[in-house]
Write a protein that binds this ligand. Structure first.
Ligand code: ZN
Length: 462
């Protein structure tokens, strides 16, 4: 497929589409009060040439198109959309970008986070398209006052990164520019196979996703791929055994698969085909957020075109993504820390723990796993005078992992309490109180921050 498919007019066409969509949605809500002005009517005639996608697009985006679309969402809806730049440029120096979407988006207000990303594999273009379309759709619906989306964005934050492997996309190839399959490069359970990179986390693209999921409380993570009809969850290998949250994972994956259609199967990744070092395995064991690989594809025998892979699949994709967002918003699907802190205090939670690759032959000739540290941290700000807060977090109890210092441990049923260390700070970073917090899935724990309150307005000595 050719990469240069977009014309200079494309941007105009796209945002015609946006205008029409949101204007029509607004009209549907306010049939009597909304005047049918010429500016609303004019694009409707042109809409006939557009697709039913939220953008109205009829062809794949270029990288510039993605960036323009994200910029436009930010500038049109600054209260709803914020830009996001991932910290590591690709191996060829390209920037990886995304957006965050929620109401009052600039507030660090402790909402649970739904992360959805496309194009770990740079030649799986529909995965980026549908991720971007979902972002446009959410914003359009929120801006038009759609009650379901408004309620969900009141309770959850959505982070969208349509292209995580930007070099691969630009070159229309699966791997990164270092010839690594970034979805074999995640450190947890990593093995040195031909495409997994020289070492765990060697690729900046994989480290970007590590950063994304460890600097916020992502309780649902969906990574899009093509082209199979399947919705997958951990583990990646049969010898790892089922995960402790298999029922929750299977439940979400099944609901998503049902939306995608009768040909779709929800199953653990190991029973699809065994792999190592994929995003979802590390994500689940590092955060206990539900981590899903969604692979979409037209039915067997149907030609693979933009129409069949993107336009026809998108309405089902939207419903599948809404399941992720509903899961994120549900208090049973995360943990909650509550309390009362001084107005303008900054709260921070942090924890660090070791995770392991599989045993492999190291440079010194011995066969053993390699350790790496996962550090997970987030902060919350308290602008409200009464200082009351409710913070949706990943549980402190993490599933005991199959890949450990002593090798592979297949039969695990328990959880390890990787306590959060909560600090109450002045805005200048002075730590006034430190509290360890253990909190389980679906549980709410109140912390006492009296000491922080007592010292918050005291002048420092000297
Ligand atoms: Zn893929």
């Amino acid at each position: 497929m050719s990469r240069i498919t977009s014309s200079p007019q494309k941007r105009g066409r796209l945002f015609h589409g946006l205008t029409v969509t949101s204007a029509l949605a607004a009209l549907a809500l306010l049939p009597a009060a909304f005047p049918a002005t010429a500016s609303v009517e004019a694009p409707v005639t042109e809409a006939a040439a557009e697709s039913p996608l939220p953008s109205g697009n009829t062809d794949y985006r270029t990288l510039a198109d993605y960036e323009t679309d994200m910029d436009q969402l930010v500038s049109d809806h600054p209260d709803l959309v914020e830009p996001l730049t991932l910290p590591f440029p690709t191996s060829s120096g390209r920037t990886v970008r995304g957006i965050e979407i929620t109401d009052n988006v600039s507030a660090k207000d402790g909402k649970p986070v739904f992360v959805t990303v496309g194009m770990h594999h740079g030649n799986e273009w529909p995965s980026g398209e549908m991720t971007m379309e979902y972002a446009i759709d959410l914003v359009n619906r929120a801006a038009a006052g759609d009650p379901e989306v408004t309620a969900l964005l009141d309770q959850a934050r959505v982070v969208v990164v349509p292209i995580v492997n930007v070099d691969g996309f630009v070159n229309n190839r699966r791997q990164t520019d270092t010839n690594v399959d970034m979805n074999r490069n995640y450190g947890f359970g990593w093995l040195p196979i031909s495409t997994s990179g020289a070492e765990p986390w060697s690729e900046p693209e994989a480290r970007n996703i590590e950063w994304l999921l460890t600097t916020r409380q992502a309780t649902t993570f969906v990574t899009q791929h093509t082209c199979i009809q399947v919705v997958l969850y951990p583990p990646l290998q049969l010898k790892a055994g089922p995960t402790q949250d298999v029922d929750r994972l299977h439940d979400l994956a099944s609901r998503m698969a049902t939306h995608y259609g009768p040909g779709y199967i929800a199953r653990d990744s190991a029973h699809d085909y065994e792999t190592t070092g994929e995003a979802i395995d590390w994500a689940y064991f590092a955060t206990r957020g539900l981590a899903i690989t969604a692979e979409t594809c037209p039915d067997r025998g149907v030609e693979r075109t933009f129409e069949t892979q993107v336009v026809d699949t998108y309405p089902e994709h939207r419903l599948a993504m809404n399941e992720g967002l509903i899961n994120t918003a549900s208090p049973e699907q995360h943990a909650t820390i509550t309390g009362k802190a001084p107005k303008d205090a900054v709260l921070r939670i942090e924890r660090s723990f070791e995770m392991y690759t599989q045993p492999f032959t190291q440079e010194d000739g011995t066969e053993r796993p390699e350790a790496f540290t996962t550090t997970h941290t987030s902060e919350m700000e308290l602008p409200h005078p009464n200082g009351k807060f409710s913070w949706a977090v990943n549980p402190s109890y993490l599933p005991t992992p199959p890949y450990q210092a002593e090798g592979i441990v297949p039969d695990r049923t328990g959880f390890d309490d990787e306590q959060w260390i909560l600090t109450c700070e002045r805005p200048d970073g002075t730590v006034l109180q430190t509290v360890p917090v253990s909190v389980d899935l679906g549980e709410s724990v109140e912390v006492n921050l009296q000491e922080c309150k007592k010292n918050f307005h005291k002048k420092s000595i000297g």
